[in-house]
Design a protein around this ligand. Structure first.
Ligand SMILES: *Cc1c(COP(=O)(O)O)cnc(C)c1O
Length: 469
């Protein structure tokens, strides 16, 4: 037989769609997952067969593939319906790991969100007046109580908050920024680009390491609409540096009737020095120092959902509420509910440090971490893990582009597998039912326990033992 005929006969071996659909296994799949999903995956699999023939598959191999067709369709259907975003166990010791979803939330706060999400709510309905209400009003009072601001507004993220503040307050005019604060934060958020997007002309003053009050003053023109201060949250310049404080700038601003906008990055709301950490500026501090508008993230040190918060003077917040851009940047009802729950915790700062996961991880004591690591080791031994395991000192960090110079002494469980390489172990762990993310160093797999909750320990142990098999 010549090759062309041979290929033709191979194509004729491919079963017809309606015949396969009547097979027992495929019929069951249709009952469970529906006709459309099964048909789609079957057609994909049949196309794969045609591609294999074009690629020169032998008749024997082809018949084997055809025999396994129902199994392959079943696997493809299950895979196509598997959730793509999944929980992982964070053994990196990086608390606000941007790639792993930044701040984890407290289940209690999420349950409140469930109630709002599962049914209807007064999102835009005034229960007092019985008519249309204000979706931006739910959070204003609580944010003001916690931060000391006159007015507040929440949007989609801090990038959106900065864009809105600039669009409303400086769009079409000039804003003055220190050259030491023209930062880029993760994911290509660059201050000069955001300013351009808002239609603001950037006026740079000072130098990379030193900017003085007179630099700002000398740059003031008729066109100046704000002094913009940006917290250099993800890097530190050491050595001979000089920057102007928010209070000094606010004073200059008052003399010239120019507001100060401060992009604080992380929305820290409690004093970390109480927990033996170094000082990081808080939102309350910035408001008290006279910043007219402070912008900050909801899911960095604040420990809440993804959001951006604007807090400050009422006259500016009112203008933002009327700006058309707000409609494109607004938060949904779940975020509003979660933010409200998280802000409520801050009414009692001692409680916040316990109930907000980001803060409790940040403030965990070394004794507590040592004890957690020992419990994990015990669980691994009980399960008969086939590896050398030990507890070692490690360095955890806040992450999320915050507190770049702070390293937190922590504890890690290190693992040297007996039968597989450490790279193989990592690969398997990442593909597991509950992926455990860690790092390889010194030919060991490191799992920092600062970012693993007590509730996750059993699952972590199960996954590690499974991955070693
Ligand atoms: C993180 C950060 C942002 C961006 O905040 P998102 O909530 O990620 O949009 C903006 N400015 C500063 C200084 C930051 O640290």
């Amino acid at each position: 037989m010549d090759e062309k005929n041979n290929i033709g006969s191979l194509y004729r071996r491919i079963p017809k769609v309606d015949v396969v659909l009547k097979g027992e296994k495929i019929e069951k799949l249709q009952q469970q997952y529906g006709y459309e999903v099964v048909l789609q995956e079957l057609q994909n699999q049949l196309q794969n067969l045609r591609d294999s023939i074009a690629g020169g598959i032998t008749e024997g191999d082809l018949m084997e593939l055809i025999e396994k067709l129902p199994d392959r369709v079943e696997r493809a259907v299950c895979l196509s319906l598997d959730f793509h975003i999944r929980p992982v166990i964070n053994g990196t010791g990086i608390i606000l790991h941007t790639n792993l979803g930044r701040a984890p939330l407290n289940l209690r706060h999420l349950e409140r969100g469930n109630q709002i999400g599962c049914g209807y709510s007064n999102l835009e309905f005034s229960l007092e007046k019985g008519c249309r209400g204000d979706r931006y009003g739910h959070l204003e009072e609580i944010i003001c109580r916690v931060t000391g601001a006159q007015a507040a507004l929440a949007v989609n993220n801090n990038a959106a908050a900065v864009l809105l503040a600039l669009s409303v307050m400086t769009g079409g005019h000039e804003a003055i920024v220190s050259r030491g604060e023209l930062v880029e934060v993760g994911g290509k958020f660059r201050i000069p680009d955001v300013m351009e997007q808002s239609g603001t002309r950037l006026v740079e003053v000072g130098t990379t390491n030193k900017t003085r009050l007179e630099d700002y003053e000398a740059a003031v023109t008729e066109e100046t609409r704000a002094f913009l201060k940006v917290h250099t949250s993800n890097f530190k310049i050491i050595g001979f540096t000089e920057a102007v404080s928010t209070s000094e700038l606010a004073e200059l601003g008052r003399a010239h009737r120019i507001p100060v906008i401060e992009d604080l990055g992380s929305g820290l709301l409690i004093d970390l020095e109480r927990f033996g950490l170094s000082h990081e500026p808080t939102v309350q501090e910035k408001i008290a120092q006279g910043a007219d508008i402070v912008c900050f993230s909801g899911d960095k040190l604040l420990g809440g959902p993804q959001a951006g918060i604007l807090a400050g003077k009422k006259e500016y917040i009112e203008k933002m509420k009327k700006h058309p851009l707000l409609r494109a940047l607004r938060t949904d009802k779940l975020t509003i509910s979660l933010l409200e729950s998280v802000f409520m915790e801050y009414l009692n700062p001692d409680k916040a440090a316990e109930s907000i996961p980001t803060l409790s991880m940040l403030c965990s004591t070394v004794e507590c971490l040592q004890e957690r690591a020992e419990r994990l080791i015990k669980m691994l031994r009980e399960r008969g893990i086939k590896a050398d395991i030990a507890i070692e000192r490690s360095e955890a960090e806040a992450g999320g582009g915050t507190m770049p110079d702070v390293s937190l002494e922590s504890r890690a469980v290190t693992i040297v597998p007996a039968h597989v390489t450490v790279e193989t172990l990592r690969g398997k762990l990442y593909r597991g039912a509950a992926p455990v993310i860690g790092r390889i160093s010194d030919d060991k797999f490191w799992i920092d326990v600062r970012t693993i909750s007590d509730q996750e320990l059993e699952r972590t142990a199960d996954m590690l033992v499974w991955a070693m098999l």
